[in-house]
Design a protein around this ligand. Structure first.
Ligand SMILES: Cc1cc2nc3c(=O)[nH]c(=O)nc-3n(C[C@H](O)[C@H](O)[C@H](O)COP(=O)(O)O)c2cc1C
Length: 288
């Protein structure tokens, strides 16, 4: 078992951390992280795609190879970075995000701070540090380190700008049988907690683009994205696909903790979409 504590409680506690203590990650923790990386299952997502992760320690943001890893001042005193690597297609990105979020929760449980980063880092500097074959790229990274209690004014400002503490309410995200009716917490049945964990997950610029439709009998849950137009066009990949992988991970891990068994399928449901920006991605089925 990867998680020793309640992963639902860990999801409730997790926050993006941008300022760290100067203390290095302990050798015990580094060993636990390495063991986690060496377990192949931890790197494979629900669609069976395998991503890659690499840990690079830094001192004053400089690696052993002498490369300065840049985050435009967003991150202070990281002990190391974990670099994500995958192929640039829909299911690889979704799978990758699922596994990366699981890793983030594993680190959170250890008391290690993280911050998903898809945009505000210098990709060139990170690419120099690792061996990238030409089919792969870096969708995101996270700094790691022990969270500093006192945040910088800068961190507070970032949280304010993206409204990080403003998680959307159920009626903006979740739907009952079709997109015409919203789903209430009271009516969600068995899936109430897993759905609420989707709501608490991190997302790029806190856009929370996930839209879930739960079937009448509460046995199926369809995951959609409501795309923010042109959100990451300049970066050459769809960053909001990562948000969906995160949502699937939060949902799945909550189900596992609550002993609710189910599996993932792709089967375009016959429901009218919310709007032109909405795209169907995947469905979760309760195992009877
Ligand atoms: C895919 C993805 C990309 C992100 N990219 C960045 C980034 O480039 N820079 C940054 O400071 N935060 C980034 N974040 C962190 C979000 O801003 C943060 O998750 C959101 O504001 C919610 O706050 P919370 O994680 O504390 O719940 C990213 C998050 C995700 C999921």
């Amino acid at each position: 078992m990867i998680f020793k504590k309640s992963v639902i409680e860990t999801m409730q506690k997790r926050q993006s951390i941008r300022t760290y203590e100067t203390q290095k990650i302990t050798t015990d923790h580094l060993k636990e992280i390495n063991d986690y990386f060496n377990e192949e299952n931890n790197l494979i997502g629900p669609f069976g795609k395998k991503g890659q992760i690499e840990l690079v320690e830094v001192t004053n943001n400089v690696t052993d190879k002498g490369i300065k890893l840049g985050t435009y001042g967003f991150i202070k005193n990281p002990s190391a970075y974990i670099i994500g690597i995958t192929e640039n297609n829909q299911y690889s990105l979704v799978d990758f995000a699922y596994t990366f979020q699981k890793l983030i929760l594993f680190l959170t449980e250890l008391g290690i701070g993280t911050c998903w980063m898809g945009g505000t880092f210098n990709r060139n500097s990170f690419e120099k540090e690792i061996q990238l074959d030409e089919r792969r790229f870096i969708p995101c990274i996270t700094p790691i380190g022990y969270p500093k209690q006192k945040q910088r004014v800068f961190d507070k400002a970032v949280r304010l700008v993206v409204k990080a503490d403003n998680k959307k309410s159920w009626d903006k995200l979740f739907y009952d049988a079709n997109f015409e009716r919203t789903l209430t917490k009271e009516n969600a049945g068995l899936l109430e907690v897993p759905i609420d964990m989707v709501r608490l997950g991190p997302s790029a610029s806190n856009k929370q683009p996930w839209r879930l439709v739960v079937s009448d009998d509460r046995k199926v849950c369809h995951f959609h994205i409501e795309h923010t137009p042109n959100y990451s066009t300049k970066l050459g990949y769809d960053m909001q696909l990562l948000d969906i992988g995160i949502a699937m991970c939060q949902f799945d891990l909550a189900c596992q903790e609550l002993n609710i068994k189910g599996n993932w399928t792709v089967e375009e449901p016959k429901i009218n979409l919310l709007n032109e920006q909405t795209e169907y991605i995947v469905s979760w089925h309760l195992k009877s």
